[in-house]
Design a protein around this ligand. Structure first.
Ligand SMILES: [Zn+2]
Length: 260
């Protein structure tokens, strides 16, 4: 197998309450520092960006973009945390990105879509519908300006093996939202990584079946966790969580470090 790399970029984050991760956690009421991450998979046949972080305008004026939702959490993105600046640190320009895969379209994942006009875009069809007309309890975390661009979306229904070689597998993991998806990346014959995104925030969610605070469907979510665990076992995969609170100890952060 030709070598393949995954770069994990830390695109700032936000400060919010522990209840988002687990509404029954003993630390509910405590503010936690939540990272945003996005990833570039450098596959021999093309570069794939998985998620795009928050829009750069969140650095200076989150209220302008997010409206009243800006009161519910404090965005801590700094100059240079946006997707274009981050991937540049590992030598990628926007035109180097061939495919952009969105786990879902919440503001902290979809904010950089507009900067990749030449890429092919992938989301679950269900997510595109859900994002354009979200239920009232998720309306503030979808920002139309993030995804209302003249994009010819590849509207996925189910799995997609992106290069046809089994090394980059997009698979639906609904629960957090109606059309959430995650990605399995096969590093070599023996090892793989699953980019979980928001299918679960923390390992504890999956390991102990602890539902987080933001859920569209608990039943879909626990079914998605079962699929993730199956793929984890069958592919000897490590799980990487976008909002992992222990990222500083666990995640190999680009450009200094990577997965291969
Ligand atoms: Zn989300």
């Amino acid at each position: 197998m030709e070598p393949l790399r995954i770069y994990a970029f830390h695109g700032g984050g936000e400060i919010a309450d522990m209840s988002i991760f687990d509404p029954f956690h003993p630390d509910v009421g405590t503010k936690v520092d939540i990272p945003y991450f996005f990833y570039v998979i450098a596959h021999p046949q093309g570069n794939v960006l998985f998620d795009t972080g928050g829009h750069p305008s969140l650095v200076s004026d989150p209220r302008m973009r997010l409206g009243d939702a800006a009161d519910d959490f404090e965005v801590t993105m700094q100059e240079g945390d946006d997707v274009v600046s981050q991937i540049k640190r590992a030598g990628f320009s926007p035109t180097d990105i061939d495919h952009v895969v969105l786990s879902h379209l919440h503001y902290d994942h979809a904010g950089g879509i507009e900067f990749f006009p030449e890429a092919a875009f992938y989301a679950q069809q269900r997510e595109l519908e859900f994002a354009h007309w979200p239920p009232i309890y998720q309306r503030e975390v979808y920002v139309r300006a993030d995804f209302d661009h003249p994009i010819e979306w590849n509207e996925l229904v189910g799995d997609r093996d992106l290069f046809g070689d089994g090394r980059v597998l997009i698979f639906p993991t609904p629960g957090h939202t109606a059309g959430h998806q995650s990605m399995l990346v096969q590093l070599d014959d023996k090892r793989a990584v699953i980019l979980v995104a928001d299918a679960a925030y923390l390992p504890r969610n999956i390991d102990e079946n602890v539902l987080p605070g933001i859920v569209w469907s608990p039943d879909a979510m626990v079914s998605s966790w079962r699929r993730i665990r199956e793929l984890q076992r069958s592919h000897n995969a490590d799980l990487i969580f976008t909002h992992d609170l222990d990222w500083a100890q666990k995640t190999r952060v680009a450009p200094e470090s990577w997965y291969e």
